[in-house]
Design a protein around this ligand. Sequence first.
Ligand code: GLV
Ligand code: MN
Ligand code: MN
Length: 411
Amino acid sequence: MSDRATVLMARIDELAKFSEEPHRLVRRSLTPALQQANDLVASWMLAAGMTVRQDAVGNLVGTYAGVAGASKTLILGSHLDSVRDAGKYDGPLGVLAALACVERLHEEGQRLPFAVEVISFVDEEGLRFRTSYLGSSALAGSFNPSWLDYQDEQGVVLADALRRFGGDPADIASCRRNSDDLLGYCEVHIEQGPVLEAEDLPVGVVDGIAGQDRLTVEFTGVAGHAGTVPMARRHDALCAAAELVLAVERTGQATDGLVATMGQIAAEPGASNVIPGHVTLSLDVRHRDDAVRTRAVAALHDEATAIAQRRGVHLVWTSMQSTPAVPCSPQLIGRLAHAIEELGFKVQHLTSGAGHDAVPMASLTDAAMLFVRCKGGISHNPAESVRLDDVNVSLETLYRFVLGMQRDMAL
Ligand code: GLV
Ligand code: MN
Ligand code: MN
């Protein structure tokens, strides 16, 4: 077993200490907790012979220069922001695997005919502002300036949070990369599903990533006295929301491969003796086929409209983000598959239901992902767990993948 996998696991534990809450892992984007995690990773990058900077949108970027005259760059990376009550591997595994690859090159004194960049993207999860991929979208040139006005639960505006983080909302365009300068993007990530465990395989190759819609749904009714307003005269926003939550579940169940989730709900004014007057919910809808997903979102909008009319409440339906399903690069898939075969494992192809920074990156350059088996397929949960020997295989695969790019360039 390589020491690198052991070091990576110890680093994962170190990073998990940087949280906004003492008893569970919550590391939203653009927070001091994320800054602490980035600073520690930056110190490891520097020790690995990289130059380090933070770009205008808050991505941490470490660069390991290639041989003199090398003009292209291979990007490796993932994210250090988390969901609420997160596991410690979703994101950090990919950043640290990329770092471990560069550390190995550095220790071996290898310079490649291309630069290797390791990026910790500033927001993959979208927990704080309900829109994900902020950092990778900026690289791909698809950062929507209207996102800068989004507010978090405390009313902090994204642009202000970014300034406090040392970024520059007026200069997001400077993060944009030119496709011609890039060789590709590769991200290591826990599988977040059960297939590799069922197949008894340490790693697998991602063929494509499901598209997703993220929306905010608001119902506004009439707040009132829980003891005095008769049931027949109520316009209860939470009851409307409850109907929609179940309609969302039914819609997901009725369509093969569709997943639909309302994961956040806030009822106001929020008192046991007050009829809820206003409710805000999040809606997340995903499918590998964009047409199926788009139809489902439209049907749910119709359903929400009908619920609102029946109950005499007002509906506001806001799309926060919509990303299409993306295929991974056949060339890079082939290179990862070759590396896995060299290590003596069967190549398992997978579709990702989870979103990743590889989605915006795929519009910029060839993108690929290597999934690592995780216990029970569990993620977005503190029970996330990976095996040391699987991490070892993923590091070896990534290293061989990178050297494979060098070989191909020499041909
Ligand atoms: C990211 O983890 C997502 O798919 O929501
Ligand atoms: Mn992730
Ligand atoms: Mn995640």
